[in-house]
Design a protein around this ligand. Structure first.
Ligand code: NAD
Length: 320
């Protein structure tokens, strides 16, 4: 089998390649060529960690496997990022393990690619102002990926822990965009595209705060109980997701689904928009993309990086 070490990923995988891989796998999901397997995600009762597996099979790309890992909120004291994961790929013809690929940077790139895909397909025309809710590790990747697909002129940011806002300011500066830290009512009123990427368990962005034509990429909620948006905002918006079953069980739409203000019929897989089976934004005032994070995204970027690593001799071969 091949091992692609975490330290090699940055030199191999670009945001552009991640965008292409994620957009292609969302399309494969919509055309029935790729499916995710049920997610296992458990609080393990140690270090407040959430650990689990996300897997699937893409018959078009022959990507079979899973990502194992999760979220360790106390990792900073060990000078490690809170997300830790590894992607395992299997040979679809024989079942033999094919590769173990460092999954930490890939997770950030594929998550940012997912919201960027949603912005490409759903943002209101002429979107100029990007609003960022969240200033953790993922937020910088999110902002960079959004800036690649949108013509943003400025960035507004808010975070429940204001001391972390410097990450957003630094990333905006790196992208050459003016940045302003604001309160949520202003962010919701002025931003054309909003990305939320926090670990919140209560609504942060309220219905009345979002004004005008807006696209929201809700990226933080990937577990039962987590929540970033007011369910009333969800109920009045046109809804998209990576995978409908995940969005109403572990994603942002779980809450509006549980209180019966939406049903699965109200939620469209973004792949349907990508393959031209759904009009996308249409006349909607607010669109929301619930990026729950599917295993196939991980397999797509890991498959792409494995090929590059083999070509560039950055993969280590071991017998197992
Ligand atoms: P991080 O630990 O680096 O940052 C956490 C962020 O959430 C910060 O903005 C922090 O201020 C905020 N936060 C922490 N506790 C909070 C609370 N109790 N209430 C409200 N906000 C709180 O994390 P990260 O790596 O930036 O990831 C952010 C979130 O995104 C995590 O919850 C993670 O599970 C999720 N995530 C989702 C996907 C996906 O595919 N949907 C992928 C990766 C990460």
């Amino acid at each position: 089998m091949w091992i692609v070490p975490e330290k090699e990923i940055a030199g191999l995988m670009t945001p552009e390649a991640a965008f292409d891989a994620v957009q292609a796998v969302f399309a494969a999901m919509a055309s029935g060529e790729a499916s995710n397997f049920p997610v296992v995600r458990e609080a393990i009762g140690h270090e407040d960690a959430l650990y689990g597996f996300k897997g699937g099979f893409d018959r078009s790309a022959l990507n079979l496997g899973l990502k194992a890992g999760g979220y360790w909120p106390n990792n900073q004291k060990r000078e490690l990022i809170n997300h830790q994961s590894t992607v395992f790929l299997f040979d679809a013809d024989t079942g033999r393990v094919q590769a173990a690929v460092g999954g930490n940077l890939l997770t950030a790139l594929r998550t940012a690619a997912a919201s960027a895909v949603s912005i490409r397909h759903l943002a209101p025309e002429g979107a100029k102002v990007l609003g960022m809710i969240g200033a953790g590790h993922q937020s910088a990747f999110q902002m960079r990926a959004a800036a690649r697909v949108g013509n943003f002129e400025r960035v507004l940011g808010w975070n429940p822990h204001p001391e972390m806002l410097s990450r957003l300011a630094d990333t905006a500066a790196e992208l050459g965009l003016p940045f302003e830290a604001v309160e949520l009512p202003r962010l919701g009123a002025e931003a054309d595209v909003i990305i939320s990427i926090t670990s919140a368990f209560e609504p942060l962005l309220l219905d009345g705060q979002v004004k005008g034509r807006t696209h929201i990429a809700a990226m933080g909620t990937d577990t039962k109980g987590k929540q970033e948006l007011d369910p009333k905002l969800v109920a009045r918006s046109r809804l998209f997701t990576d995978e409908v079953a995940q969005s109403v069980s572990i994603g942002e739409f779980q809450h509006a689904f549980t209180d019966k203000s939406i049903s699965t019929d109200d939620v469209t897989a973004i792949g349907q928009v990508i393959i031209g089976q759904h009009q996308g934004r249409g006349d909607a005032e607010v669109t929301i993309f619930d990026g729950t994070g599917v295993g196939l995204q991980d397999l797509a970027v890991a498959g792409a990086v494995l090929e590059l690593a083999k070509q560039q001799k950055k993969a280590v071969e071991v017998d197992i």
